[in-house]
Design a protein around this ligand. Sequence first.
Ligand code: ADP
Ligand code: MG
Length: 482
Amino acid sequence: MSDFGGKVAYLSGAMQIQPESLEPSAEMRAQWEQVHQDMRKEFGEAIFRSWLRPLALQAYYHGTMEISVPTRFMRDWIQNHYASRILEMCAQANADIKRVQFVVVQNSTSADAEPVGASADSQSSSSAQALANQNRKEAIAALASPLDPRFKFETFVIGKSNALAHAAARRVVESMSVPFNPLFIYGGVGLGKTHLMHAIAHAMEEFWPAKTVMYLSAEKFMYQFVRALRSNETMNFKEQFRSVDILMIDDIQFIAGKESTQEEFFHTFNALVDQNKQIIISADRAPSDLAGIDERLRSRLAWGLVADIQPTSYELRLGILQAKRAQLKASVPDSVLEFLALKVTSNVRELEGALNRIVAHADVAKQEITLETTQEVLQDLLRSHDRRVTIDEIQKKVAEHYNLRLTDMHSARRARQVARPRQVAMYLAKLLTARSLPEIGRKFGGRDHTTVMHAVRKVEELIGDDSQVAQDVDVIRRALVG
Ligand code: ADP
Ligand code: MG
């Protein structure tokens, strides 16, 4: 029964049919007023204004004080952050108070944060408005791109490389107002940009159901725009895009060179920013690197917060695989996950694909997953990663990248500006070829295999800690495997 505790208590209060018995006494109202004011001192003006001011005493029964909040999001937030202290303060004011319960009550004065849905039907006065809102949402949904139900915050694994983008995305959802405009997220393919945007959309739907969120690819934006032009519906188009609370455009690089679409997007962008509506953009590169995008627009895109997603580190890849294994409820040995995390480094999409393949294969073949079956099933994929890359090529590319001579790769020089690139080359050799550690060591001026192992570990570590190294490695790797 215990997990129904809250609900049962709430119902037993609500079922007391004589509403007057729920009505708090004048004395209690005064006590609440005092406590509410004290919160301002206790938590500070900013927190009070963002979270606590809308709290209102709703009812009292059997030692339970019922406090209303305007949205589910606020209720959860207050529950997690302030509830225990608020209870203490209430109990201090009136020893009869044993519990404080936060309930979501629609408040017509805070139209901005007004939720629809579950509680809307209890308020017939706002049902017409809820319906209108519903219709508007449906019209918006028809223009938008579909959301993947798996792309949620709960399923997003955080590492150093994506921590900033993740925190920024959370902030958009958790803020009462627009924290930065626009939020610009960029990074290589398959690194989680779309996942984060969908996560924002899902969380908004959950916590701020009255807000209209529109997510679409830049390609779809262009398509909708061109279609509106053709059918003389641009007014309608403009109006719909300007009516949303959050507009998310994925892969903005797509509109490079598409001038009229850019022009339209620029106006939409400005109109929304003027109304203080949130805009979130993703791209495969930084705003300043978006060739083919008008200078005005490029500089606008960098106005707010620019958050990049770096290539994954070994730890993050392993973390993602572990999470995915749990989701799939598959029994995959750790050694296989480690192997995949080491070998499939291009992006998360490919990493997930590899895991899915071995799990599906084991399922069909009714075979246990081992390192051997994994290598067999993923032969083509692993080969494409090993694709004709030789240690010589790696050494050449690395030397070029760092402006060194090729002989520096074999030399015994230990100066850092030579030793570090050499370690990068060893790391790439381990990653991209099927050569063993001793073989690699031999190719680097006859070094010991432990030296190679150390280099591999060191570079892995640096990729996690040093975005310059991460970027260098990524650039060289891409130059090698295409
Ligand atoms: P992008 O839009 O950057 O090209 P996606 O968001 O489509 O990449 O991500 C590709 C795949 O990798 C998706 O299935 C996504 O769920 C997964 N993915 C990416 N990053 C993460 C992460 N940090 N945690 C869990 N899954 C991730
Ligand atoms: Mg994407």
